[in-house]
Design a protein around this ligand. Structure first.
Ligand SMILES: [Zn+2]
Length: 121
């Protein structure tokens, strides 16, 4: 439970907040992977917003195929419109109900790679 990050105070910028946001997004992605697996055979499912906001509990209903399209790249995340963090990511797709964002930060992308452990069967 103790999660004390020693404040290393790097000069310039705030990479820690980038990593924190990336960790939150990866957490959302894990939840959504489970949802996606559980929803197989149905047309749509309710996914959670994968934004970097730790307090976010927004959900989005979309087709499984649409979520698969979001997941066509490791750096791409599903977020509720307005939840993008423009400092670290770019909106690459606009949809009526959701946005797809792509990480600009290499570190966040590497974290996403490192934690992407879904097996293909
Ligand atoms: Zn959100």
């Amino acid at each position: 439970m103790t999660d004390e990050n020693p404040e290393t105070k790097p000069a310039g910028g705030s990479p820690q907040s980038v990593e924190r946001a990336a960790a939150a997004e990866i957490n959302g992605r894990r939840v959504n992977e489970a949802i996606e697996r559980g929803a197989q055979g149905t047309g749509t499912a309710v996914f959670v917003c994968e934004c970097g906001n730790l307090g976010c509990s927004e959900t989005l209903e979309l087709a499984i195929s649409d979520y698969e399209a979001v997941r066509s790249g490791f750096e791409r995340f599903l977020v509720v419109p307005g939840h993008q963090i423009e400092e670290i990511e770019d909106v690459v797709e606009h949809h009526d109900a959701y946005l797809v964002v792509a990480k600009r930060d290499d570190r966040a992308t590497r974290m996403a790679y490192a934690t992407d452990d879904r097996d293909s069967g």
